[in-house]
Design a protein around this ligand. Structure first.
Ligand code: NAD
Length: 493
């Protein structure tokens, strides 16, 4: 039974957090107001403002649950995850609607796919339960030399606000299936779907296996990172915060993985000025997610031979995207998360417009017919951008596409790699040789060829350079990220 009967109403609800199977307030009794991006004046919920004492309670609960959970035969963990997947699937519509309200992501284009992805993640990792296994070395009859893959222990999963359910799907089923127990920290800007996920999991899991805490990063987030009984920190968020998390977790030699920001290149070759490619480039631009996606193809490199034609087709399609209430099935683009992020996006636009030689191919703000009290923003396509401008180097996390012309393959590869980030890349060419040659030369953890969406459960996911350390969402991500190897050598007599 949910904490609240009508999860998606705009009435203010008082949420509690999940520790040791109980729904509790913060130890200090403090709360945070949760405002929906749809209406800046509307507090739709309060959540506990957890701090150090709450981190301690949650980690203690996860530690107590660890022996029982980790020692289960793998089929039992598999069964539990499959049951959770079934329950999540029953609730996809509610989870989608709650995502729209909580994050501003449009229900048809984003929120529902995120909820669907979560179900797929639980099923996928349930299927991997028996793969958490060791090896034996052929060391002769007198020796038995084998390894065991063991869970790490208590994992703290720290989540961002941009697609909370999808990112939870990268971490929770992978960590749990390997036998770890968890404390998940929801983002302060969008905690509601994660609390609901906690409720559904708690119907199935023993108390303490999954705990969900809420509050600010500098308080409960940091308290988890420095807690000496947290064995692993699995962090998804900005590169800036990730640096601090890595150094604090590293200082006590805890395991840590980081999924951070990006400024991904999208390269179109001269043979690819087609409607199909324009559609895929639009997907890569993540305009339909207000470009609040770490894998946004935010630097568009167009070959000079097709630059003008491609841009014309792109603008024609971008201008048809409908910005509106994220709860409506008609909407393509929902809301930016909050006022701070909205102002940040404006700041980048102003900076881009102030550069000498910049062109404006499309400024959707002019025809926007929705506005306050929601944080609505239309796409913006800036051209003749230089790769060293801030709008081409920094992660804007808003619907601003920087278009850069190129001529020689070596030059575009050099520009694409001239970035601190290395999360994703997109390459469009009918010449598979050229496409793959380029894919192999780009510094990015995930390169897509001739498509802009296409994320599938089971693929390796993670960044190079300042975009992160470690991989998730895959068999190797689960094994490397949430287990450790023990070698056992036996003399047989
Ligand atoms: P953020 O770094 O501000 O916050 C992420 C999480 O960390 C939040 O839960 C926050 O409360 C917590 N946090 C903040 N300070 C902390 C601290 N000192 N110690 C511990 N935790 C702390 O990021 P955000 O604004 O929520 O999310 C947007 C960023 O996340 C973007 O940079 C985006 O690229 C990145 N992101 C990356 C991926 C990926 O898979 N690589 C996916 C989604 C988002």
């Amino acid at each position: 039974m949910s904490q609240h009967a009508d999860l998606v109403s705009m009435e203010t609800k008082e949420y509690k957090m999940l520790i040791g199977g109980e729904w509790v307030d913060a130890a200090a009794g403090e709360t945070i107001d949760i405002v929906t991006p749809i209406d800046r004046n509307k507090v739709i919920a309060t959540t506990p403002r957890a701090r150090e004492a709450d981190a301690d309670r949650a980690v203690t609960a996860a530690r107590s649950a660890f022996p029982g959970w980790s020692q289960l035969p793998f089929q039992k963990r598999q069964e539990a995850l499959l049951k959770i997947a079934d329950r999540l699937e029953e609730e996809i519509e509610d989870l989608s609607a709650l995502t729209a309200l909580d994050t501003g992501n449009a229900i048809r284009t984003q929120a529902r796919p995120e909820a669907t992805n979560l179900v797929a993640s639980f099923r996928y990792f349930a299927g991997l339960a028996g793969e958490v296994k060791g090896t034996t070395l052929p060391s002769g009859d007198g020796q038995l030399q084998y390894t065991r893959r063991q869970p790490l222990g208590v994992v703290a999963g720290i989540l961002p606000w941009n697609s909370p359910l999808m990112i939870a799907g990268f971490k929770v089923p992978a960590a749990l299936v390997a036998g770890n127990t968890m404390v998940i920290k929801a983002a302060e800007d969008a905690p509601l779907t994660i609390l609901r996920l906690g409720e559904i999991c708690a119907e199935v899991l023993p108390p303490g296996v999954l705990n969900v805490v809420t509050g600010y990063g500098a308080e409960i987030g940091e308290a988890l990172v420095v807690h000496r009984d947290v064995d692993k920190v699995s962090f998804t968020g900005s590169t800036l915060v990730g640096h601090g998390v890595a150094s604090k977790a590293g200082a006590r030699l805890a395991h840590v993985s980081l999924e951070l920001g990006g400024k991904s290149p999208c390269i179109v070759f001269p043979d690819s000025a087609t409607e199909e490619v324009v559609d895929q480039v639009l997907l890569a631009s993540r305009f339909a997610r207000q470009s609040q996606s770490c894998t946004t193809g935010s630097r568009l490199f167009l070959h000079e031979d097709i630059h003008d034609k491609f841009l014309q087709m792109l603008v024609a399609k971008a201008s048809k995207l409908r910005v509106g209430d994220p709860r409506s099935e008609e909407t393509d683009i929902g809301c930016i998360i909050n006022a701070k992020q909205y102002d940040r996006v404006q700041g980048y636009i102003d900076d881009g417009l102030s550069q000498e030689g910049v062109g404006v191919a499309y400024d959707g703000r002019e025809s926007l017919d929705v506005g306050e009290p929601g944080f609505y923003h239309a796409p913006m396509i800036l051209t003749q951008v230089s790769n060293d401008w801030r709008i081409a180097q920094e992660e804007i996390f808003g619907p601003v596409l920087a278009v850069i012309k190129w001529r020689e393959e070596d030059d575009v590869v050099k520009m694409a790699n001239d970035s601190h980030y290395g999360l994703a890349a997109f390459i469009f060419s009918q010449d598979l040789g050229a496409a793959l040659r380029t894919a192999h030369r780009i510094d990015a953890g995930w390169v897509q060829v001739n498509q802009g969406g296409g994320q599938v459960v089971g693929q390796s996911y993670g960044g190079m350079k300042n975009s992160g350390i470690g991989r998730e969402f895959s068999l190797e991500g689960m094994l490397e990220g949430f287990t450790q190897i023990k070698q056992i050598n036996v003399k047989l007599t």
